[in-house]
Design a protein around this ligand. Structure first.
Ligand SMILES: NC(=O)c1ccc[n+]([C@@H]2O[C@H](COP(=O)([O-])OP(=O)(O)OC[C@H]3O[C@@H](n4cnc5c(N)ncnc54)[C@H](O)[C@@H]3O)[C@@H](O)[C@H]2O)c1
Length: 353
């Protein structure tokens, strides 16, 4: 967390396009405390939203993207509905800005590929907003993964709480500015609930699975529903070890938030338990190694994944570090989502990745 303003050039001058829910509850508060990040301007197509939110943060607000991009910005965080990521990120990159694009990188594989390709052509940084990569527990789990050896079996699950969610959010969130008329237009893509739920949650789960368990050569998945709730279950063969991974996404469950990994390798076990992200708690991680019968569970300090995501983005631009996750990771997550959808539509048919 930063406490002082440092010299010009050492700060990432950040503009945020899309000042809706996730920006108000996560990105904007994170931008005010992230090291080496200077929140500089906000853009939103709703004049109501941008007026009130920009005033709250003491920065200039715009409804016009071109005027917003004319400001002294090094980078733009795109936090608008998924179908608009392609056009807005391309426009920002066309104006020479590095981009951090909310997950999923785009709503189709082709659009995600175009963004990833364009960033590489222009020599600009593209980071995907899969912020769980910046959960220090998940980072630690990836670091100690080699201790458990080649993976035989892995399970990942992600169950979104139902009725408990609104009161939990009301407890955690600041008061948000909502423009109902603008939201109507920008939430059309949520009308196909089954598609939307798999896209929005799959973007986290499949990025995490690739990060901790590795690439799958192929997968099979099925979907079931009950009222407004859906569950996807799938399995896949690990490309490197030949082991098996299984995954579950359920949105929503009538119980507590549940998210985790259990990964068993030839020499040990890695256990990861994650929390509702807006608690901003690090995942609890235990790594067990059979050789010495030792189980280790570290504690962590700064644990806000949204803040740490912005700090990593600032380092990538200012110090030329790799982005995490990068454009190809964003493409792979969308391809994974599409493979699950195709397999489930085919009654569990095998789909190559
Ligand atoms: N990482 C996370 O934890 C997380 C959580 C929630 C949402 N998200 C992602 O963040 C993105 C935004 O989600 P949200 O829940 O904040 O949506 P939202 O609908 O609450 O807010 C979107 C905002 O974008 C504005 N907008 C829409 N089109 C625009 C355009 N063309 N130009 C400028 N502004 C425009 C709308 O007026 C609205 O204020 C989505 O991609 C979603 O998947 C990520």
């Amino acid at each position: 967390m930063s406490t002082v303003t440092t010299t010009p050039g050492s700060q990432l001058r950040l503009g945020v396009v899309g000042a809706g829910r996730i920006s108000q509850v996560a990105h904007l508060p994170a931008a005010t405390k992230a090291e080496r990040v200077q929140l500089t301007a906000i853009c939103d197509s709703s004049p109501v939203v941008v007026g009130k939110v920009a005033e709250r943060y003491g920065v200039r607000g715009f409804t016009d993207m071109s005027r917003f991009l004319d400001q002294d910005l090094d980078a733009v965080l795109v936090a608008t509905p998924d179908p608009s990521h392609l056009a807005l990120a391309l426009q920002a990159m066309g104006a020479g800005k590095h981009v951090l694009v909310e997950k999923p990188l785009a709503d189709t594989v082709e659009a995600a590929e175009e963004l990833s390709r364009r960033a590489a052509e222009l020599g600009l940084k593209l980071q995907v907003g899969a912020m769980k990569r910046h959960d220090p527990g998940v980072e630690y789990a990836r670091q100690v993964l080699p201790r458990i050896g080649a993976v035989l079996t892995a399970q990942v699950w992600y169950r979104v709480m139902s009725a408990l969610r609104p009161p939990t959010e009301a407890t955690l969130f600041p008061r948000t500015v909502v423009d109902e008329t603008a939201l109507g237009a920008s939430s059309d893509y949520k009308q196909d609930r089954q598609r939307y739920l798999l896209n929005t949650h799959g973007a986290h789960v499949f990025d995490g699975l690739r990060f901790l368990v590795g690439e799958l050569a192929s997968l099979r998945a099925e979907v079931a529903s009950s009222g407004k709730d859906f569950t996807w279950h799938g399995t896949g063969r690990l490309a490197t070890s030949g082991g098996l991974a299984s995954f579950e996404i359920s949105a929503s469950v009538h119980g507590l938030w549940a998210e985790g990994f259990d990964i068993y390798g030839e020499t040990g076990h890695l256990r990861v338990r994650s929390f509702f992200p807006f608690f901003r708690r690090a995942s609890e991680v235990t790594v067990f190694t059979e050789r010495d019968s030792v189980a280790q569970s570290p504690s962590f300090g700064d644990t806000d994944p949204y803040e740490r995501q912005l700090e990593a983005f600032a380092r990538s631009v200012l110090d030329d570090e790799p982005t995490v996750p990068d454009g190809p990771d964003g493409v792979a997550a969308v391809r994974f989502i599409e493979a699950v959808r195709a397999s489930a539509a085919g009654g569990g048919a095998e789909v190559a990745l």
